[in-house]
Design a protein around this ligand. Structure first.
Ligand code: GLU
Length: 404
């Protein structure tokens, strides 16, 4: 059987093409201006590493600003949150991507604009890493996110480096404020190489899914960065990822995302899906017109908006068995689903109704699929309190969801 998902992606592309061809290809890096503006592709990666793609999925392009969240992830993993926050903030700037956006203490406002991304590049690798070692770390790290060895497009690199006066100026400014670890020329060299790594939409989807899967690449199985790093990166992507259109994007599409001037967009929905799109015509904010359109469509068709209220806690109780008078049947509380705060709270309320005494109780967790830390804590505490009240509690937990 041919997958309906692939056909669906093809239909999304066609409907986005039908909606027109507005936008302009970026020309400020000469080599980018040469691209065919009609190229269009989309890919989607699931949490188990299945990748679906449609359109010009084989077409390769430079990653540009979409490299920024991943370099930020590597810096966090290598240096820790505190050290990175000392150098780069997490506030949306409201300025263009290449603005001088510094806080009063000299920190670039966030790692998704150039001034913050150049600073972040120099924070990758161990604290004593040379500029070359940081760049090698970024190439190796982004390759691990993609699940294949990525290469620098030397022509784009040379083209951008020859026209990077503005990025050089930004680097000198942060260096003067004591926040840039490397010499400005070295940091801009490395950052430009980072932006010139070549990817396709499948790579973007896998990289996005790796962030959405707590740092584990779903294709290779490699834990690329720790889960806490992904939470930090996705938060910054949600507020600062789409240049000046971050608010518009978040309300319409509702996924942490990052775009780049080459025409790519990547979006990550935690625990569910990674998306990559490519179409070089950009809107006035620098985001791909058709890429944004495709993501809007995917989000609304597939219910991917992060802020959409999930179904919570309504079916936590699978069943409650009351004891009979002659003691043949024990009281049983049977739970189901995922035990997070809201679900465990419903369960605790059911346990609270049990009168004090020594009647035996069965807490049946055999239909509970998983529990997070607070869900585990709350259920364990419920059991502890029932026992304190005098009950003998038997917990049926065949899958060990209450184990750490
Ligand atoms: N390498 C580009 C620059 O620094 C990245 C810009 C972008 O994709 O937004 O100008």
């Amino acid at each position: 059987m041919r997958s309906p998902v692939t056909d669906y992606l093809g239909a999304v592309l066609r409907s986005c093409i039908d909606d027109g061809d507005e936008g302009e290809v970026a020309t400020y890096i000469p080599e980018l201006a040469a691209v065919d503006p009609d190229r269009f592709a989309v890919a989607l990666c699931t949490i188990d590493g299945t990748v679906y793609a449609a359109g010009d999925a084989e077409h390769r392009f430079t990653i540009q600003s979409m490299s920024k969240p991943f370099a930020y992830a590597l810096a966090l993993a290598d240096r820790g949150l505190e050290a990175v926050l000392e150098h780069v903030g997490v506030e949306p700037s409201g300025d263009a991507f290449n603005e001088i956006s510094l806080e009063d203490n000299g920190r670039p406002r966030n790692p998704m604009i150039n001034i913050g991304a150049i600073t972040t590049h120099a924070l990758t690798g161990p604290p004593d890493a040379t500029a070359e070692e940081s760049t090698a770390r970024v190439i190796e790290g982004l390759s691990a996110f993609a699940g294949r060895q990525l290469e620098v497009d030397q022509q784009v690199y040379a083209s951008e480096r020859a026209t990077s006066d503005r990025n050089m100026a930004l680097a000198y400014l942060v260096r003067a404020r004591g926040k840039l670890e490397d010499a400005p020329g070295d940091a801009v060299d490395g950052y430009t190489a980072q932006c010139s790594l070549v990817v396709d939409v499948r790579d973007l989807a896998v990289m996005a899914m790796t962030l959405a899967a707590g740092g584990r690449n779903p294709v290779t199985g490699e834990q690329v960065v720790p889960a806490w790093v992904c939470r930090q990166v996705l938060s910054v992507m949600a507020t600062c990822g789409m240049y000046d259109a971050a608010g518009d994007w978040m309300s319409h599409v509702g996924m942490p995302a990052k775009s780049g001037v080459s025409g790519g967009v990547l979006a990550s929905l935690p625990g569910q899906v990674g998306i990559g799109t490519f179409s070089p015509r950009l809107d006035r904010f620098g985001n791909s017109v058709r890429g944004v359109r495709a993501c809007e469509r995917l989000s609304s068709d597939m219910g991917l908006h992060l802020m959409q209220t999930p179904e919570v806690a309504s079916h936590v109780l699978y069943g409650v068995v009351d004891p009979d008078d002659d003691g043949d049947r024990m009281r049983e509380v049977k739970l189901q689903g995922v035990m997070h705060f809201a679900a465990a709270e419903v369960a605790l309320r059911e346990l609270e109704r049990i009168p004090e005494g020594d009647e035996p109780i069965v807490l049946d967790l055999s239909r509970v699929s998983s529990a997070n830390a607070v869900g585990r804590l709350m259920l364990r505490e419920g059991v502890r309190r029932l026992e304190r009240d005098g009950h003998a509690v038997r917990v049926d937990d065949p899958d060990g969801v209450l184990d750490d």
